[in-house]
Ligand binder design. Structure first.
Ligand code: F6R
Length: 613
């Protein structure tokens, strides 16, 4: 979950690494550090807290050099503190390491090293790597062999970057398992390495991704790739089309706010090239799907975590209703250990913004082991979830930096809708009229989202009224039930307000006891199949003195007369309603957190990519 950046070339590495870390701070932000090769020594600066503290430290005590590595941390072993911050230096000062992942056998390695007289300076598992590297170098006298030997001794999943003052012309990077990506960036007479593309996008777009079990020896003129056991690997080059500006905040106060507002564009891009409007057909060539495969599918299991799992819950409605395929949704951390019933006629469909979530990747691997077809819907280009799938739908949303996912929630809703139409079409369950209606309903969607965004100030006014609440209850039914979960998750993760979500029909089985005048109840009640049921739910809440915030279809006077506050959304096909009903809830959570003076983009205890279990 940590962020890594490295540079080797002719320029001063310090500002390049600091700039890269800034772009990666969303990955972890409890401490940060960097090391550069300076006048034949390794100079390390690191501190607890956010990147500004590291930047201030470097200003006070400057470092400069033409090779360096940096790190921004999300603590696993050892509290956030300067001594636990990366990089970690060997005791002879010759080697330095930054690391993302968990060394699962670190206790054994640590005991062995301590028995040999090594005194540990931190509580981290990472420190074992650098001491092991130092020890192996005394045996091999060669950084590449020592790195190989060290990496092969590590259990668990890792991204590791190492440097030595004894061989200052190179940086060694490796990826083992699914702890997050390692991307090598190619420049002119300079090279970059990072855990994520945004860190190097200002400098290059030509990249190679390391696969699990591969390492790269990077010099200023290029990189040589091999397996950890030494077999050469031919690099596969990618050119990243993301606009570097997309990874900047621009006129917005926070990335989250910017990303909420980007949804008109991200949804337009999601549809671009995938819908043949005239013929009313869907095109998803990257899925490698044909009639034979489509007809073979007996079940789809969607697996994902957090917000992505909520998108999957909407997907269940879409795939069952439109394509008539039984669909279940399984939280990836549960699926992977549940001995799930999947086989060659099952599609396991993973959804992930980062494409690096450890549980989701493990669920995909479990599905593959059991012989299922494995598909994914993924945002991060070149990520593991994109590469290990048999077929992948790439979200067209660009980098998502805010820790709270927004545009990477609405895009997969549309991807799932498209997938359902394609499957329904190939399986012959849709009439031409059905297909035409489903496809044409899509055309108004970006505009409908735009209308929700235009009402930001109305939502802000409600956020002002309710910002000091301690709890909130979110209710929805049917296809909008997952939106209740998503709205509650958005609120709790960035505003630290306790928010619970329930299928509205469950209220009478317990949760209604919570309702009183201090409990705002957010009721998602567009005019759909479940509308009357939601109205009676709102009545029940009002009868108990609760404050109701309704998400309702524009012009709905019934809801207006009942609710204390209303977030209006335009009328769209009920199958697409979640794409619009979630927008005011994203805006609401954003403004509440912002009014409470909280760090919206970097909420406490969280990180953008969850690459550990
Ligand atoms: C919440 C949020 C998380 C992620 C979850 C999965 O706003 O962002 O719940 O959705 O950690 O992440 P990805 O989609 O990267 O697999």
């Amino acid at each position: 979950m940590c962020g890594i950046v490295g540079y080797i070339g002719e320029k001063n590495a310090t500002p390049i690494i600091l700039g890269g870390l800034k772009k990666l701070e969303y990955r972890g932000y409890d401490s940060a550090g960097m090391a550069v090769l300076m006048d034949g020594r390794i100079e390390v600066r690191r501190d607890a807290g956010k990147l500004e503290k590291l930047a201030a430290l470097i200003k006070e005590s400057p470092i400069a050099g033409s090779a360096g590595i940096g790190h921004t941390r999300w603590a696993t072993h050892g509290i956030p503190s300067a001594r636990n911050a990366h990089p970690h230096l060997s005791k002879d000062g010759n080697f330095v390491v930054v690391h993302n992942g968990i060394v699962e056998n670190f206790l054994t390695l640590k005991e062995e090293l301590e028995a040999e007289g090594v005194v540990f300076q931190s509580d981290t598992d990472t420190e074992t790597i650098v001491h092991l590297l130092e020890k192996n170098y005394t045996l091999t006298h060669d950084l590449i062999s020592a790195a190989r030997k060290t990496l092969l001794a590590l259990k668990g999943a890792h991204g590791v970057v190492m440097m030595s003052r004894l061989e200052p012309d190179k940086i060694v990077a490796a990826r083992i398992g699914n702890a997050g990506g390692v991307v090598i960036g190619y420049g002119e007479g300079e090279m970059f390495v990072a855990s994520d593309i945004p860190a190097i996008l200002d400098h290059t777009r030509r990249v190679v991704f390391l696969e699990s079990g591969q390492m790269a020896v990077i010099t200023r003129d290029g990189a040589s790739l091999s397996t950890l056991t030494g077999l050469p690997v031919k690099p596969e080059f990618h050119v990243i089309s993301w606009d570097p500006v997309a990874a900047e905040k621009g006129e917005y106060r926070h990335f989250m706010q910017k990303e909420i507002h980007e949804q008109v564009r991200s949804l337009t891009d999601t549809l671009a090239g995938r819908v043949d409007w005239e013929d009313a057909r869907v095109l998803l060539p990257s899925l490698n799907l044909n009639r034979e495969i489509a007809e073979k599918i007996q079940k789809i299991t969607i697996t994902a975590c957090g917000t992505a799992a909520h998108a999957g819950m909407v997907g269940k409605f879409l795939l069952e209703h439109i394509a008539r395929i039984p669909t279940e949704v399984d939280i990836a951390s549960e699926f992977r250990y549940r001995d799930p019933l999947v086989n060659a006629n099952t599609v396991v469909l993973a959804i992930s913004q980062s494409g690096e979530t450890a549980d989701t990747l493990a669920a995909m691997e479990e599905a593959r082991r059991k012989g299922a077809m494995v598909w994914s819907i993924v945002n991060a280009i070149g990520s593991q979830a994109m590469r290990i799938a048999d077929g992948c739908i790439s979200m067209q949303v660009g980098p998502e930096i805010g820790v709270a996912s927004t545009k990477a929630f609405t895009a997969p809703l549309v991807d799932l809708y498209l997938l359902a139409i394609l499957l329904g079409d190939l399986r012959g369950v849709l009439t031409q009229r059905d297909r035409q209606k489903l496809v044409s309903d899509l055309s108004v969607l970006p505009d409908a989202v735009g209308r929700c965004l235009d009402r930001e100030n109305e939502v802000l006014a409600v956020a002002r009224a309710l910002k000091d609440t301690r709890d909130a209850l979110y209710l929805g039914r049917g296809i909008n039930m997952p939106i209740a979960y998503e709205g509650a998750l958005k609120l709790k993760e960035i505003s630290y307000i306790h928010a619970e979500a329930y299928p509205a029909g469950e209220m009478k089985h317990g949760p209604i006891a919570l309702v009183d005048k201090d409990m705002p109840v957010v009721a998602i009640a567009p005019q759909d199949l479940w509308y009357d049921k939601m109205i009676s739910q709102i009545e029940q809440v009002k009868a108990r003195g609760g404050v109701v915030v309704a998400v309702a279809t524009e012009g709905d006077q019934r809801v207006e007369s009942l609710a204390d506050h209303v977030f209006w959304v335009p009328r769209v096909n009920w199958l697409l309603a979640p794409v619009v009903t979630v927008i005011p809830l994203q805006i609401f959570a954003y403004h509440i957190a912002s009014l409470r003076g909280l760090d919206v983009d970097q909420p406490r205890n969280l990180a953008k990519s969850v690459t550990v279990e």
